[in-house]
Write a protein that binds this ligand. Structure first.
Ligand code: GAP
Length: 501
């Protein structure tokens, strides 16, 4: 067998193939599809929900089956003051522009991504001719950017970050929707939180937000969890849950959506221990993906430079995956210092201090946060598992999920739908089903049934054939090597449980 994915598929092809496979096999559907879909929202089908649940279960085990981390499930709706204290009301914004002609809306900081480099160079040249209109200091900034080693895209972004020149620069840019030039509005900030109303009256005092991150539910429960579980520093609180962001541009399938799931853990530490714990969690988290079979050469850290840190962070890194459209963040690890707890202390008037009985003093702990996207890592696991191989002159599509992530663990296939084989197959199904997700399939040639399971990512297929009646054995086919062994049917359960450990 030979992998042919690199030769046959270009980068966008792969995402398109995965979107189409996702629909065909029941991993992911467009939300409200019969009404034309809802932008930025997706539904997880029968195989998708299994994969997503398996990812979340692995994360939950890795993060909470330890003595220093407790679990939590906080409400999605929270007191409005939470988002003032956290800084989200003021800072959780994206700069955006609208095209006055066609009304399309764009995120200013990603506008350049949709423009070819050649076109960008033309824009830079036209813009340079106008530089005498700017102050000396802005002129110097522009010249430094244009003569730097940055990529065209980075130059594009950097110019748009210079406040007094952004509007003039935009005059040279064509709208990618309608093609008109000079039709953009001035940049303005757009808050990404979804607003709704508590109770029946839609008035300003009743406005609340859908949470844009699960983390704040953890911060406001810090002392509840600490006192009820009698934890001492360092300890963590972990939570999995939905988050909502009214993203201006959703894109790349599940990568940037408006409704998604996060798997977050806040690790509360003595302030002087922040660096040590930050480094430990960095390694711990990247290993999580590797241990679940994600290709190590497609994983890397991207440390944030000091001038790009979020308002709450002292140090931050992203665990990035090499998606077909480029490197993209899958998880953020942040040293959030005492920012959040101090803010909640200030805004609620309730002390958030921890009493350290060894030091005999009270202080606000620092927080190391690990914040993973369940939906985004779902997409990375799906892409990483996707393989096209040439087998006996035919293309085999196979999802090589780690067995613990695979939606279906074992397919049970009677070779023919007669001669007592379905009865034995049903017995095996009944033995295995209480312990793992299995699938019974008796329709079509066995080769075709294997291919269907390869596309679903099922790691093992059990086939009942005539020899089963002679020696009580069945074949067990391995998805990745396609090798088959014979095993006594009474030993199947312990064999698979061992493989899934
Ligand atoms: N509490 C910190 C926090 O929320 P973030 O970097 O904004 O940090 C963490 O988000 C993770 O949540 C990201 O690494 C990504 O996996 C996921 N995420 C964020 N926005 C997303 C979106 N619009 N669609 C899908 N996943 C998203």
């Amino acid at each position: 067998m030979r992998s042919i994915i690199a030769q046959k598929s270009n980068r966008n092809d792969i995402v398109e193939k995965i979107v189409s496979l996702s629909k065909r096999k029941g991993f992911v559907f467009q939300s409200s599809e019969i009404y034309g879909g809802l932008n930025g929202c997706w539904d997880y089908g029968p195989l998708g929900v299994e994969l997503l649940n398996n990812i979340k279960a692995e994360w939950w085990k890795a993060m909470t089956y330890r003595e220093d981390v407790e679990g939590l499930d906080a409400a999605i709706l929270m007191h409005p003051k939470v988002w003032e204290a956290s800084g989200h009301v003021e800072n959780f914004t994206d700069p955006m522009i609208d095209c006055k002609q066609c009304k399309a809306r764009f995120r200013l900081d990603t506008l350049g991504e949709g423009i070819a480099d050649k076109r960008k160079d033309k824009i830079f040249r036209a813009f340079k001719e106008k530089e005498n209109n700017f102050s000396d200091s802005d002129k110097e900034k522009i010249e430094n950017i244009l003569s730097s080693e940055m990529t065209s895209n980075e130059k594009f972004e950097a110019i748009l970050e210079i406040k007094n020149v952004a509007a003039s620069f935009l005059e040279e840019v064509n709208c990618s929707q309608c093609g008109n030039k000079g039709t953009f509005t001035e940049p303005r900030n757009f808050n990404l939180m979804f607003k709704t109303f508590l109770g029946s009256v839609e008035k300003t005092e009743n406005a609340i937000h859908l949470r844009p991150e699960t983390a704040q539910g953890i911060f406001v429960n810090f002392l509840n969890v600490q006192s009820s579980s009698r934890q001492k520093l360092p300890f963590g609180i972990a939570q999995i849950g939905k988050a909502f962001r009214n993203e201006i541009n959703t894109k790349n399938f599940l990568f940037r959506t408006r409704e998604f799931e996060q798997m977050e853990m806040q690790y509360f530490v003595k302030p002087s221990d922040d660096k040590k714990n930050y480094d430990t969690w960095k390694e711990n988290r990247i290993n999580f993906y590797k241990e679940l079979g994600m290709s190590a050469d497609k994983l890397r850290f991207h440390d944030h430079p000091a001038d790009k840190l979020a308002h709450y962070a002292k140090e931050a890194t992203d665990i990035e995956y090499k998606f077909p459209f480029g490197w993209g963040e899958m998880e953020g690890i942040h040293n959030r210092t005492d920012f959040d707890l101090s803010q909640h202390e200030k805004h609620s008037g309730k002390s958030q201090k921890y009493f350290d009985d060894e030091l005999r003093e009270k202080y606000i702990p620092y927080v190391i946060e690990t914040s993973a996207g369940a939906s985004r890592s779902f997409m990375a696991f799906l892409i990483d598992a996707y393989n096209e191989e040439e087998v006996k002159g035919e293309t085999r599509v196979v999802l090589k999920f780690h067995p613990r992530l695979a939606p279906i663990k074992v397919a049970i296939l009677p070779l023919v739908n007669k001669d007592g084989m379905p009865e034995v197959a049903k017995e095996i199904e009944a033995d295995l089903r209480p312990f793992m997700r299995v699938f019974y399939d008796s329709k079509g040639a066995v080769g075709r049934r294997y291919r269907r399971q390869d596309e679903a990512g099922t790691p093992f297929c059990v086939t009942i054939d005539t020899q089963t009646f002679e020696d009580n054995t069945v074949t067990v086919r391995d998805r990745d090597s396609m090798e088959q062994i014979r095993l006594e049917k009474d030993k199947l359960l312990s064999y698979f449980l061992e493989k899934l450990r």
